[in-house]
Design a protein. Sequence first.
Length: 234
Amino acid sequence: MPPIKLYGAGSRMLKCELAAAFASVEVEKPPFTFGVTNKTPWFLEMNPNGKIPLLQTPTGSVFESHAISKYLVAIGSDAGLYPTPSSPEDLSRAHVDQWVDWANVLDESAPGWLYVLWGMRPYDKAAYEVCQAKFETNMSILEAHLTGKTWMVGDRVTLADIVVAMNVFNYYILIMDEEIRSKYPNVVRHAASIYSHPVTMTLFGMEVKPCTVRSEPNPAGGPGWAADANPMAP
């Protein structure tokens, strides 16, 4: 069978790689240069948006990280990652989908906060404060859901855990210092359980540690120190 190829870089790419690793699906990662590879005619034919990640299979292509991740776990060897309903009353897959989709709200804080730290957007105090407020709201929702629970859905790891943890990832390593982590102990515990999982450790090749000093934007313009410190910028 021809290889499944995954193109891209950054945390969204890593999210797809982690889904594949948990599902024991082998993917090939061809050389990729952002701003070059994704602007070529053959890439744009597969994804006219020119965005990453992109999955190329023998029968066609798939874009959007969550669609890619769902496909990978669906064809993998661990059916429990994306459970097939056993009856009309079985909501397990619907609940996995629910939290995978919900995880997108964690990106609401990225434009005025993370993107500023990476030097991708200029600092704007009002936008920065709005993003902080959204972060607190969304993290509080996640914290409440995880109270008394080990995993997002049911009693085992599912795709929902992988996606949610990876959408928390950049905040975890750049922003969530001890003060912030103390507000969301259940979120921290859940994220750490995915980051420290043997599958994750093997893929990452390193231990994921939360930040000790919160990265702050540069009000004078230009990137904060995180632009150089974080290799996972999207």
